[in-house]
Design a protein around this ligand. Structure first.
Ligand code: HEC
Ligand code: HEC
Length: 348
């Protein structure tokens, strides 16, 4: 018997007792005057009141008062624990359901334990699928991703347009309901490990190699832009320090695709880079700029995959990136909500 059943049993007995008492009274009153309406029946006579009628009433009142005086606080004290254990129970069930959904839908790309894998790229070759077991840690100190749970849910709903990550939410034409997406998110959150690999100095890799490994699939071998914007003319928009900041922190303008933060390691353990490695990439980008920029190259040009969500600025320059900050460990943080479409043209 759980405490709840005991409490219910006690309450039931008390209620039953009260009813018997009231019925008993009503019956005895009825015997006194069969045809008189209840409101007009004479009350107890003085003699009756002299006997134990009043005491009986008062002691029952006392019993009930004492009962509630004990029952209610005890119930109240136990309530938070009860709610907590229910919530835990619910979360555990969610995680179990989420695990099954993950295995059926996600494991082929992200690995059976969510540890990362690869998918066929729509542009040929392979596209790495991120490790999801350290996603909280990876974005922990990110300036552009402030709410990882929200990032996971948004990513699940709409996918990453232009990448192999499909849209799962029925609101974006996917097969999963909101509840199923919540379940999978719960499962992912329950898998989190508390560590990411050490940042790699990538000492033996050139800027070109680093760019080819990490950036080509989104920005193109000629810097022409694929999922991410064209990087031809990028230094017309940002100075080198700002570009370094973008590489450290990533950008998320909210059009579905994100530019990952490379200082925390994006896909695999070995893609977590020090400023030294990122600096090599910046140098490479600078070297690759054509001597003469094609017309319009100084504009932020994105293939614009995916609809902006909810307000534009998918094809706008992320404003705020042009200001290098004094903070060395974390560069400037362009942010969707900060980007003001009206000011972008004046920056060009
Ligand atoms: C066809 C392969 C494929 C399937 C199936 C797939 N994903 Fe992905 N997922 C990817 C790829 C590739 C990326 C990285 C996209 C990018 O580079 O921006 C990704 C990115 C993500 C991210 C963002 C990770 C980050 O660090 O920003 C999350 C979260 C995610 N997937 C969860 C899931 C879940 C949950 C499922 C199952 C419902 C799933 N994915 C199914 C390929 C896949
Ligand atoms: C998963 C795709 C993806 C990968 C991988 C990626 N980027 Fe990006 N990148 C983007 C997207 C998308 C944007 C634009 C952000 C937005 O619009 O939200 C962007 C923006 C940028 C910008 C800012 C451009 C501007 O004019 O504001 C730079 C610089 C950049 N990326 C460099 C890189 C480099 C260097 C790498 C490799 C280390 C890289 N990116 C890897 C998707 C990616």
């Amino acid at each position: 018997m759980t405490p709840t059943t005991i409490a219910i049993a006690v309450l039931a007995v008390a209620a039953f007792g009260t009813i018997v008492l009231l019925l008993g009274n009503a019956a005895s009153q009825r015997r006194m005057g069969e045809d008189i309406p209840p409101a007009l029946r004479p009350g107890y006579s003085d003699d009756q009141l002299e006997s134990n009628v009043l005491e009986r009433y008062m002691s029952w009142g006392l019993v009930l008062t004492l009962f509630f005086a004990v029952f209610l606080p005890v119930y109240w004290l136990r309530e938070p624990a009860r709610i907590n254990s229910k919530a835990t129970e619910e979360f555990v069930q969610q995680v179990v359901r989420g695990g099954e959904l993950f295995e059926a839908n996600c494991a082929e790309c992200h690995g059976i334990d969510g540890g990362g894998g690869a998918a066929a790229s729509p542009y040929g070759g392979q596209w790495p699928a991120p490790n999801l077991t350290n996603i909280v840690k990876r974005y922990e100190d990110s300036r552009t991703i402030t709410d990882v749970q929200n990032l996971i849910e948004t990513t699940l709903h709409r996918g990453r347009p232009g990448t192999p990550m499909p849209a799962w939410g029925s609101d974006y034409g996917g097969p999963l309901t909101d509840l199923q997406i919540n379940d999978i998110t719960a499962w992912i959150l329950a898998q989190q490990v508390d560590e990411v690999a050490e940042a790699q100095p990538a000492a033996d890799l050139s800027g070109e190699q680093l760019y080819t490994q990490n950036c080509v699939r989104c920005h193109g071998a000629e810097l022409q832009g694929v999922v991410g914007p064209s990087l031809v003319g990028v230094f017309e928009r940002h100075d080198e320090e700002s570009v370094l900041g973008i590489l450290r922190n990533g950008i998320n303008l909210g059009n579905g695709v994100i530019m990952p933060p490379w200082q925390n390691g994006y896909l695999y353990e070995d893609t977590r880079y020090t400023d030294e490695a990122l600096g090599k990439i910046v140098d490479y980008l600078a070297e690759q700029q054509p001597a003469e920029l094609p017309p319009g190259a100084e504009q932020y040009q994105s293939p614009g995959l995916g609809e902006p969500d909810p307000e534009p600025p998918a094809t706008e320059e992320p404003t705020g990136t042009a200001q290098p900050t004094e903070d060395d460990t974390a560069g400037p943080a362009p942010d969707a909500t900060d980007a003001e479409p009206t000011t972008t043209s004046t920056d060009v």
